[in-house]
Design a protein around this ligand. Structure first.
Ligand code: GLC
Length: 741
């Protein structure tokens, strides 16, 4: 029985013919949340005019795109970033809107999350940041980033998950799933090959197919196929001469056709450069193309976007096809129905105690103990009466700056604050600056409010720090990089591997006067450490977010036993990195050939037998672990069968701890050159002193394959494979072999 329903809606009149909806609701199918998504999409699509279809394909403001008011379809709101929810900006500006209720919790940078090697932490992260986005009424979270760590100079490595495709693939999935449980879409970025900031809008990445599929695509593929990502952000750079925001091979070919991605491709802000390509090469939603929305034209300049009036003109002239248009609109409608029009999503929460706790736990699990000679750590407060804390990074807020991931936090606990809070009245904590780095504290109008000005000379600063160190029981130097240009920062790469601001000199001077020196590096990238042999304790603490100081103190004083492992190699010098060894990183080049191919990170170090400063997967504990012999369930397997691999791991120390048991596989005989070993499994196990756990891995045929560009297939060749199990990529404790027949 058909009824015609007159629904007064926002002054317009909606003539809707409707049958009895499945759940008895009378109303249009697209508004009925009980109907299947695709039915709702088709129904909404059938009701939209040509103009309405084009309007939903591009921005209407800095961070929003239009809905269809006449149909009651809401607009879509995006927000940065991967580590926390960006403060509200003005309609057309990057500058702050000056709200007073949009402060957030900053979660640790994604390098720190990757360094936990703990998928549960990724799930906790995604849940927490998803709740903050939901509470702020945001539909699309512009993150996570999973670009592979190709060079230690990439300014945005801190936003990504390291050098290994398997680790990044495993660590991105729970984040994606848990964010989207909140009815908030992730927007996995930057797809793809955005592995440097130098010339990011112009460089054409020249990568062979095998390297592309074995190294640079897996994490995106996992985010889409296992994580179920609802949107993906095109990168600024080019591949095969086409910008990644409208790239036929990557967007239509790989992402949508091969991987079956049903969501929306969103351009990076200002990443769209051509109407014809943006129509035909897979872009669905265009943001931020270099307009401040305030230019002098009579109409809103968002109509000048490539997917706006220029597109409409081609549709009206018949030059552009309706089915391509409808495919874009379907993808945007899916995104809207999954988020803005999802009536079953939770309400979220902002700055809750649970989120601070999550930030602290993730940061604590991600901190990596690189060196601990003489048991200098953990610091024993019962015998350490006076602790010197030295270095600008002990007091500098790190949640502001760094580019689009910059945040306005409700609170940030700095290392000095965390150390003071942990020490309480048990020890005297005295601070010295040690060096002056970046005294600014303002990004797009978000200000730290800190006054980091300093009048003393460099030599005076060093002298004062050395004097304090000489008169203290222990010294904690907190240095590293920061979020200013040419450090860990978007839109510029680092200029070298060295620590900036002459920190090396300060560290060496401190080491001369006090052996109880611990160097804490705050960074999102590897740094050179010429003083590594002079120092007993070295910690990589990453950018820890709102709870950085408390998490660091938890580890330094032993409340938390460190269990982080490096998600990327720390080379002793830049030339020990494949891209740099081959002169394949040139910040001035607009054609960047990835000459190192698949030999990224530890794959290069193993191939060239270069000893890294600290290896991929390295991280110490306050306890020790012993490994039994690896056992394979079979010594000969058919090419279609799994192999079960097990190993006993024992905590042979005095305190409870967590070990990341890593499984690498090497193909002993193959028709193509392959890395010595590649990460194919990891398990983080918590063990009490004396406890032994049998750790099991399932090695599937897929884990043994390499990508064959000629056939476009993944190939498993018969022959012998070696299983390497260890505590890092170079600390292999046991091996085993099996043969594929
Ligand atoms: C920036 C970044 C991207 C960010 C977007 C919006 O240029 O490349 O990661 O999400 O624009 O700020």
């Amino acid at each position: 029985m058909k009824k015609t329903l007159l629904v007064p809606l926002a002054g317009a009149v909606l003539l809707a013919s409707c049958g009895q909806a499945g759940n008895g609701n009378a109303g249009p199918v697209y508004l009925d949340v009980d109907r299947p998504l695709e039915e709702r999409v088709e129904d909404a699509l059938s009701r939209m005019t040509l103009e309405e279809k084009v309007r939903v394909l591009h921005a209407q403001s800095k961070f929003s795109s239009a809905g269809v008011p006449r149909l009651g379809i809401p607009e879509l709101w995006c927000t940065d970033g991967p580590h926390g929810i960006r403060p509200e900006v003005l309609w057309d500006e990057w500058d702050q809107a000056g709200w007073t209720n949009d402060s957030c919790v900053a979660f640790p940078a994604l390098t720190c999350l990757a360094a936990t090697w703990n998928e549960d932490m990724s799930a906790l992260y995604g849940k927490s940041i998803g709740e903050e986005a939901r509470y702020r009424e945001k539909d699309v979270l512009l993150g996570p980033g999973v670009n592979i760590y190709r060079t230690p100079l990439n300014g945005r490595n801190f936003e990504y998950m390291g050098e290994d495709p398997y680790l990044a693939s495993k660590m991105v999935v729970p984040y994606v799933q848990q964010v989207q449980e909140n009815g908030v879409a992730v927007c996995v970025k930057h797809f793809a090959l955005n592995n440097q900031e130098a010339k990011r809008h112009e460089y054409d990445a020249v990568v062979d197919d095998r390297t592309l599929h074995e190294i640079y695509l897996p994490a995106f593929k996992a985010a889409v196929q296992e994580g179920g990502a609802w949107s993906v952000m095109g990168a600024y750079n080019l591949y095969r001469g086409q910008h990644l925001c409208h790239n036929e091979y990557m967007l239509n070919g790989v992402l949508k056709q091969d991987w079956g991605f049903d969501g929306a491709v969103i351009s990076d802000w200002g990443g769209t450069h051509d109407t014809a390509e943006s129509i035909s090469n897979g872009l669905d939603l265009e943001f931020g193309t270099w307009t401040n929305g305030l230019r002098g034209e009579t109409s809103n300049t968002y109509n000048s976007y490539y997917l706006a009036d220029p597109y409409l003109a081609r549709l009206r002239s018949g030059e552009a096809s309706m089915e391509v248009l409808d495919d874009k609109v379907r993808r945007v409608l899916r995104l809207i129905f999954r988020t803005a029009m999802n009536t079953r999503k939770p309400f979220g929460s902002l700055c809750s105690p649970e989120h601070y706790d999550a930030a602290r736990r993730i940061a604590g699990e991600g901190i990596v103990l690189l060196k601990n000679d003489g048991g200098v750590l953990p610091l024993d407060l019962s015998s350490t009466r006076r602790i010197a804390v030295i270095g600008e990074n002990a007091i500098k807020m790190m949640t502001v700056g760094g580019g689009s991931s910059s945040l306005k936090v409700q609170h940030e606990c700095t290392p000095l604050e965390g150390i003071r809070a942990a020490a309480g009245d048990k020890a005297e904590i005295v601070y010295e600056r040690g060096y002056v780095g970046d005294i600014s504290g303002d990004y797009n109008g978000v200000v730290t409010g800190q006054d980091l000005s300093e009048s003393r000379s460099e030599s005076q600063l060093t002298a004062d720090a050395v004097a304090l160190a000489a008169s203290s029981d222990a010294v904690i130097f907190v240095g590293g990089l920061n979020k200013s240009a040419h450090q860990d920062c978007e839109d510029s790469d680092r200029l070298g591997l060295e620590l900036p601001y002459d920190q090396d000199k300060v560290i060496s001077a401190l080491a001369k006067v006090n052996p109880n020196l611990v160097v804490v590096i705050i960074s999102g990238n590897a740094v050179a450490m010429p003083w590594a042999d002079e120092v007993n304790g070295i910690v990589e603490a990453w950018f820890g977010g709102s709870e950085a100081g408390n998490a660091l103190a938890d580890v330094l004083f032993g409340k938390v036993n460190p269990s982080g492992k490096l998600p990327f190699t720390f080379p002793a010098k830049l030339e020990d990195n494949g891209a740099h060894a081959l002169g394949a990183y040139d910040p001035d080049a607009v054609r960047v050939e990835y000459k190192e191919g698949i030999y990224v990170g530890y794959r290069w170090a193993d191939k060239m037998q270069v000893k890294p400063l600290f290896a991929f997967g390295h991280g110490l504990s306050y306890t020790d672990f012993s490994y039994g012999g690896a056992k394979c369930s079979k010594s000969v397997v058919r090419s279609s069968a799994d192999v079960q691999v097990s190993v006993d791991v024992t905590n042979i120390g005095q305190v409870a701890g967590k070990e990341v048991v890593q499984l690498y596989i090497g193909d002993d005989e193959s028709s193509v050159e392959r890395p010595v070993r590649e990460l194919k499994g990891f398990r983080k196990v918590a063990l009490e002193p004396g406890e032994t756990r049998t750790v099991n891995f399932t090695v599937t045929p897929d884990m043994l394959k390499f990508y064959d560009p000629a056939s476009g297939c993944w190939v498993l060749e018969k022959g012998s494979f070696t299983v390497y199990i260890g505590s890092s990529s170079t600390d292999i404790r046991t091996t085993a072999r099996f043969e594929v027949r």
